[in-house]
Design a protein around this ligand. Structure first.
Ligand SMILES: C[S@@+](CC[C@H](N)C(=O)[O-])C[C@H]1O[C@@H](n2cnc3c(N)ncnc32)[C@H](O)[C@@H]1O
Length: 242
């Protein structure tokens, strides 16, 4: 990553990019293809959510995009009351439309930053956060957000995260980054790889999964699990004591 922290995309810039990108996040079969193992990861986090919290009635999807992960979960637990948080109104509207077609539960939309959105504490049986937390910036941001997600989780509830991560060790970072570059080239050639690398550099500030697992425990979650890791992509989560 070359772009200094203070020149990374603002929230408005992130929102505007996603406003224009709804279609790419609306495929439930492939998921979003710049993500390695996207269909597997959607399956894993939603299956883990259903298994850890089979009684779920209320879920929160953070950075929900067009609702892919909530839709996957609804294939296993239905109905669900769904609170959907995203910066992008077109993403939220697409999520509502797709979810309403298969779910009789209530759907509420929050067009807000997860850091400031006001949501009920101890309320959510399941929280999903897929491909969104890498937009958090400073360490304080990460700590506050994980603590907030813990407070929002109901006793006995669970949180499942899929994300693009960095590595603690620079050599590991280089290996994983190169592998991801090869994956992108196989999907769309060198031009596609450069395009994705350019927006990651401008927009994203990923942190190691090890750091995030520590944060889950420090926030209060009792059982922490890694579901999958392939290069820079990880699926993991945790359960809050009942
Ligand atoms: C890469 S997309 C992932 C969408 C969906 N979770 C999925 O897996 O298909 C990231 C989404 O997070 C939203 N987002 C980014 N930063 C956010 C923030 N601070 N608060 C709420 N939403 C955010 C973006 O608007 C975008 O729709």
């Amino acid at each position: 990553m070359h772009t200094p922290m203070n020149q990374k995309s603002t929230l408005t810039e992130i929102q505007e990019r996603f406003d224009r990108d709804v279609e790419r996040f609306s495929n439930l079969i492939t998921g979003q293809q710049a993500t390695m193992d996207a269909p597997l990861v959607m399956d894993l986090i939603t299956q883990a959510a259903k298994t850890a919290t089979p009684h779920a009635k209320r879920i929160l999807d953070v950075g929900c995009g067009a609702g892919n992960n909530t839709l996957k979960l609804l294939q296993m637990i239905n109905p669900l009351d769904c609170d959907m948080v995203d910066l992008s109104r077109p993403m939220l509207e697409r999520a509502r439309q797709r979810i309403a077609a298969v779910n009789s539960g209530e759907v509420r939309l929050f067009q807000e930053d997860i850091r400031i959105v006001n949501l009920p504490e101890g309320h959510y049986d399941i929280i999903l956060a897929a491909m969104v937390l890498h937009h958090l910036r400073e360490t304080q941001d990460w700590e506050d957000t994980f603590r907030k997600l813990y407070r929002l989780t109901a006793p006995g509830g669970s949180i499942w995260i899929a994300d693009f991560v960095a590595h603690e060790n620079q050599s590991m970072q280089e290996i994983m980054w190169e592998r991801y570059g090869k994956y992108l080239e196989s999907m769309g050639g060198v031009a596609y790889r450069e395009k994705v690398f350019a927006y990651i550099d401008k927009e994203d500030t990923p942190r190691p999964v090890t750091f995030q697992l520590d944060l889950l425990r420090q926030s209060g979650f009792s059982e922490v699990e890694i579901l999958h890791k392939n290069s820079c992509f990880v699926a993991f989560g945790a359960i809050k004591k009942g």
